[in-house]
Design a binder for this molecule. Sequence first.
Ligand SMILES: Nc1nc2c(ncn2[C@@H]2O[C@H](COP(=O)(O)OP(=O)(O)OP(=O)(O)O)[C@@H](O)[C@H]2O)c(=O)[nH]1
Ligand SMILES: [Mg+2]
Length: 238
Amino acid sequence: MDVPQVPGAEGGGSEVSDDQQADPSGPGIDPERPERARKLFSGPIAFLKSAPALEHLPAPGVPEIAFAGRSNVGKSSLLNALTNRNGLARTSVTPGRTQELNYFDVGAPLVFRLVDMPGYGFAKAPKDVVKKWRFLINDYLRGRQVLKRTLVLIDSRHGIKDVDRDVLEMLDTAAVSYRIVLTKADKVKATDLAAVLAATEVEARKHPAAHPEVIVTSSEKGMGIAELRTAVLEAVEV
Ligand SMILES: Nc1nc2c(ncn2[C@@H]2O[C@H](COP(=O)(O)OP(=O)(O)OP(=O)(O)O)[C@@H](O)[C@H]2O)c(=O)[nH]1
Ligand SMILES: [Mg+2]
């Protein structure tokens, strides 16, 4: 006559503890976003245009995600790694490769745009060129309504430098939401990487417009790329 009580059997749903019910990815996080991001970044992506000045920007129709950072930090390489397409954005061992705002359409129908930017802090470029890039970058970042998030790339070997701090402060002042991304993680030892990550997160948390968590990447090894795809889609969707 006695029916053994099997945990989780019919009617037992209400007895499941809060711990067991909790979404392991945390509150407010969409568990299906990583897969959606993976599909989107492996689907149609196309170069749209190069904008040498603000008047050449495309009409602001969809969200934009920008790649900012010092010359040679790996912006174009990261864009290629995210989209899994070598040569989509042009890269070079010589700093100053990307000279305009390069737009890439993601999704068909279009979902958002990636914007590869010239680097800042390139001391060896002619002064007037540096100035032109600085105005282009700053004006774009400060004034673009559809800019949903800026990825600010920092070389894992060097950490945040003063020239980066100027940009972070400018973004804070303009209330442009940004996320710090460490690049070239394959070039540093694990212990050094842990130290630079910790220091970078301490600094990120002092900046009001910065996401508190820093993503560690290597375009070369594919490290952090899936995580960054999800972070980009999150910025587009929220
Ligand atoms: N080892 C390693 N090298 C990388 C990585 N990412 C980029 N590089 C190299 O760094 C150099 C600069 O990369 P780019 O992607 O052109 O850098 P960028 O920030 O777009 O540079 P500019 O357009 O000149 O501002 C190239 O030689 C890349 O191959 C990485 O994750 N690991
Ligand atoms: Mg580039």
